[in-house]
Structures are given as C-alpha cells and as structure tokens.
Design a binder for this molecule. Sequence first.
Ligand SMILES: [Cu+2]
Length: 190
Amino acid sequence: MKNIKIQIIALVLIVATVVSCNNSSNKDNSTVDTISVISEKTEVRKDGIAPILSGYLALNNALAADNSKGAAEAGESLLSGLENVDMNSIAANKMKQFMELSADVKENAEHIRDNAGKIDHQREHLEFLSKDVLDLITLLGAPQKLYQIHCPMASNEKGADWISDSKEVKNPYFGKDMLTCGEVVKEFKP
Ligand SMILES: [Cu+2]
C-alpha cells in the first residue's frame, strides 16, 4: 500500500514536471486531467486522523470517569498518535492547515499529560483540544462515525463541545458531578 502511495506521488511529480516544461507550447489538457484525478484519489482516504482520535477518545473517557492519571496517560498516547499520522493520507492543499492544527493539538496534549492530579486544568485544555479535533474532522473527514456533543454548563457556563464515538452522553468536563449534561448537536459519517 505504501509503495503504491509512493508511486502515485512520484507520478504526480513526473507529471507536474512534464506540465511545467510544456507549459507554453502544449495545449493538450489530458495531462492536467490526470493530475486532478490523482489528487482526488489522495483525498478519498479519511483515516488520516485515526491515530489522533484514539488518544482523544480515551482522554474523554478518562475525564468522564474523573480519572486524572488516566487522562494524563491518554495525553501521552495522543502525542504518540500525532507522530503516527500517515502524512501521505493528507492532501497537499490541506497540509499547511493540518500542521497548524497538529501543533495546537500537541501543545494541549502536553499540558494534559503533564498535569496528572490537576483535573480542572486538564479539562480546560480539553476545551481547546476538542476545537482542534473538530477542525481536523472538518478538514480531513471523519475516519469513523462521530458525534459532536455540546454542554451549555461547561467553560464557566459559556458552553463547550466534545467529540464522541457514541451518542451516549458521558460528560468529560464534569464527570460524575454532571455526567449526562449535554446533547448531540452534529453527527459525522465516515
Ligand atoms: Cu496547561
């Protein structure tokens, strides 16, 4: 599979070179068509953020269970997930935005990892992290069925969202104090 990807990328480079060399003289559009077909294919894959998502979902489960140490461990697995993202699954025109979002994910995940025992602080970072994850899903698509859940009480009653793989509301911002506060506001399909 990886070889095929590399071949496709090599092909794109070759085709791009051919096009740029023939830019002024060649009016034949077939080469350009080939490029657009190939780039559409690279955008079909939606598993790009799967390694990030698994750590993020584990984080929500830990925080919903008021488990600060578990949240710190999930922060760590989120960080290794970031390194496991297959960059070939991200279309070139989305790379810049992906890099910006993943830098933000990294920062929030580091704070969550480094603050075991300070669950309020971890939950503050969850709010920013959830926005990043939402942006990543919007940018690259959902690798699985996902739900955006809104809690109007979170973030000092300003309201905050999280992403879940289940419709069942288990609030990571409050844990057992307000476990079922929240409602599904959006559904993402793979
Ligand atoms: Cu912090």
